[in-house]
Design a protein around this ligand. Structure first.
Ligand SMILES: [Ca+2]
Ligand SMILES: [Ca+2]
Length: 142
């Protein structure tokens, strides 16, 4: 199956464009950076570039999401079924993934985790490594 690529195109004005990735019933990988994102699995590979907002959705399987931050200040917020990483000019969201990973590189990055009852579990600045998981973040490490 040929790879597909969707881009706003040259000269496209910066706006609030959203790209949404839908997974398969099998195991899929969603990986996102501030300027591009990919989802791939058995027999397919999809990618985008230049969207300000990107959403990856898992419907089943042992899906994993990897959210990569920018060089500037970023904010990561994780709920039991959803995680959002955002910074200057971009936002990336992963929904219903069994496992979500977010990386903090440079900048004043912050992370907040909420449990099933919306209680805040952790707040920390300049996180180097965040590893959220689906149920109560029991296996999180940073
Ligand atoms: Ca899947
Ligand atoms: Ca950062």
């Amino acid at each position: 199956m040929p790879a597909t690529s969707i881009e706003p195109g040259p000269g496209h004005p910066r706006g609030n464009d959203t790209a949404t990735f839908y997974d398969t019933t099998g195991n899929d990988i969603f990986a996102a950076w501030p300027t591009h994102a990919v989802m791939y699995g058995n027999g397919y590979f999809n990618d985008t570039a230049g969207f300000e907002s990107t959403v990856g959705i898992s419907s089943g399987g042992a899906d994993q999401a990897y959210l990569n931050d920018s060089a500037g200040d970023d904010t990561y917020t994780s709920w039991w079924n959803r995680a959002v990483l955002s910074g200057s000019g971009y936002s990336t969201e992963a929904r219903n993934f069994v496992r979500t990973w977010a990386g903090a590189s440079t900048g004043n990055d912050t992370a907040t985790f909420y449990d099933l009852r919306q209680r805040q579990l952790h707040g920390l600045a300049d996180a180097r490594r965040l590893d959220g998981c689906r149920i109560l973040q029991r296996h999180c490490r940073f």
